[in-house]
Design a protein. Structure first.
Length: 260
């Protein structure tokens, strides 16, 4: 066993990595509630540690998409115009409350629960949501789309900074309705490229607030990286129609427990 590696957190990282590789759901939706509910980690520490974990793991994905030119930097910039200021304001709020205080813990737990519920709804009703939003957005001007993208970025900035959840399923679903003519690979690439600076800024802010456990971070990475690599090879063999409702139901139950 490597010196300083906690086998329990490494095993948890492996389990989450396997699920992320198979389902594509962001690690924050799985890792953060696991740390809070199972291991009793303070919500601020769980979120801060997971944000740095997400930022480090998304760098590779973002670089690959950029190399293959599957990033629409116009979309990424618009998202960042909203998300970066929102992330900084959220960090200032947490700093004012005290990152380890009961008040900040309550806000983080509630926001995390709401974000998980939104993710669960998105997973279950994604096709219906896309169809309904497409009708609403039909004929929207470029200026309207730009403003809505910035607004989406602001919402993601708050959700991700406070809960570490939201940049994946929620962001990608809305972007698909705002930019219906863009190839899906460019939507995914733009979403990942935007998530890199957002999670790193938010994670660095939590580190500054003292709510990052580096020992836990390393242990989670040791387990999750091989987990993602292994499960990615078997992802196509798992029936999506079976796995997606089970995962969404689990997120809904966990989200409801945290939010209420």
């Amino acid at each position: 066993m490597l010196h300083g590696i906690d086998p329990v957190f490494a095993a948890s990282g492996l389990a989450v990595g396997l699920l992320v590789g198979i389902t594509g759901v962001g690690g924050g939706s799985l890792m953060t509630p696991l740390l809070v509910l199972v291991f009793g980690v303070h919500p601020a520490t769980a979120v801060g540690t997971d944000l740095l974990y997400a930022g480090l793991t998304k760098i590779t994905g973002g670089a690959v998409h950029a190399y293959h030119r599957s990033v629409d930097w116009r979309i990424t910039r618009r998202l960042a115009y909203g998300s970066v200021p929102a992330a900084l304001l959220s960090l200032l709020l947490l700093a004012h409350l005290g990152s380890s205080s009961k008040a900040s813990g309550g806000i983080i737990s509630t926001t995390l629960g709401i974000a998980l519920l939104l993710t669960a709804v998105t997973l279950i009703f994604r096709k219906a949501l896309l169809a309904r939003l497409a009708r609403v957005m039909n004929g929207a001007s470029e200026q309207t789309i730009s403003r809505l993208t910035v607004a989406l970025g602001a919402v993601l900035g708050v959700l991700v900074t406070i809960s570490s959840v939201g940049a994946g399923a929620i962001g990608a679903t809305v972007l698909l309705t705002l930019y219906p003519t863009s190839p899906i690979v460019r939507i995914v690439g733009s979403d990942i490229a935007h998530a890199v600076p957002l999670t790193l800024i938010a994670g660095a802010g939590h580190w500054w607030l003292g709510s990052v456990d580096l020992h836990m971070l390393v242990s989670l990475l040791v387990g999750s990286i091989p987990g993602i690599m292994i499960s990615s090879h078997f992802a196509s063999r798992v029936p999506d129609r079976v796995l997606r409702p089970i995962l969404a139901g689990t997120l809904a139950v966990v989200g409801g427990r945290l939010a209420f």
